[in-house]
Design a protein around this ligand. Sequence first.
Ligand code: LLP
Length: 417
Amino acid sequence: MHYFGYKKGGLYAEEVPVGKLTEAYGTPLFIYSYRTLRRHFLAYDKAFGKIPHIICYALKANPNSAIIRTFASHGGGADIVSGGELYRALKAGVDPRKIVYAGVGKTVEEIRFALSKGILMFNMESDQELIEINRVASLMKKKAPVALRVNPDIDPKTHPYISTGMKEHKFGVPIEDALDFYMQAKKLKNLEIVGIHAHIGSQITEVTPFVDALNSIILLIKGLGENGINVRYLDIGGGLGIRYVSEEPPMPSDLASELIPILRDMSVTVIIEPGRSLVGNAGIFVTKVIYTKNGEGKEFIIVDGAMNDLIRPTLYGAFHNIIPVRKNRRKKILADIVGPICESGDFLGKARNLPRPERGELLAVMSSGAYGFSMSSNYNSRPRAAEVLVNGERHYLIKKRENLNDLIRGESIPGFL
Ligand code: LLP
């Protein structure tokens, strides 16, 4: 559920006409709905309310400070994968004791940074990392709180690029080796084993893979207990899908009602790391038609937004609904919606049925709140879009549009040139 919809033929973000926002902030533009963000967060919080839990928002989905703050102010933590994300989380006011840190390539500097801030736990992904965290912690005369990211070898039945919990993936350690890893970690003086972690993939639209993964983790936890290793935190990762078109993903309450009966007797605090399901449908990407053009057997709608702003269609063949900001009764055409970038792969939508737009009209690319801006780039020297947060009738610029100067910031021309 989200707060974007038509009123009197025009698309609104909550109580504000999208056209008014583009007048104020220009295009292309990311627009987020505060009420949708809040609703999504509270849906998780309520669903898992019966058991001790922390919702650690996966920053990678959308790391804008205002978005992080939205969740932090409702009691949310953060799932981070870099020193940069740690910096953002802290700046936005996330309690370090609610920060979990995953990622296969944590550097010494990043480990030191996280230890100095007192994060909740490191989700370790290899034996070398385990030794490195212990070494850095010992230099700092600290004990590092750690969990092991295990790979339960469950097929989440999602796009191969965003599936992470199978044997062939670089993430985590195979669940059958986990006990050995824990025994090794137990021997290291500057590690404190506090948890266990698994994340099996993203845009998962069924509950079963989560249940299967949880069941094999619970078996492991029991085995650990028999070896004198007790975990306090069970981090089940993120990955719940959203509706882009006609998917029927489980709601947080569906997930919770399957998982809570399994978790109830476990005396652990459950950590959930949702990204997409919190922010995906809380954002749209609005772009302006520059030209239309007749191609071979189809038409092209050329817009001012492109793959550098929203790479999901290009990278994953992802489908995002594209709708006119102002409804009209013009005849529909079959068209590819493409950006100005010099790549054939630069498209936002292919073979779409849309009323023929006129130059200057606006199109909204739906479900763009997750992995949209966060995966954007300056390719073709295009300044990044602005981001706006709407709350009721109010709207706030939460990221300024980049300007031409931003494009060359930090560059220098050597004197010999
Ligand atoms: N936790 C870990 C350890 C993760 O790696 C991820 C996502 C999440 C949580 C959050 O997953 P979510 O709830 O958002 O599914 N760029 C891709 C998605 C990559 C997901 C990477 N990891 C896309 O645009 O579909």
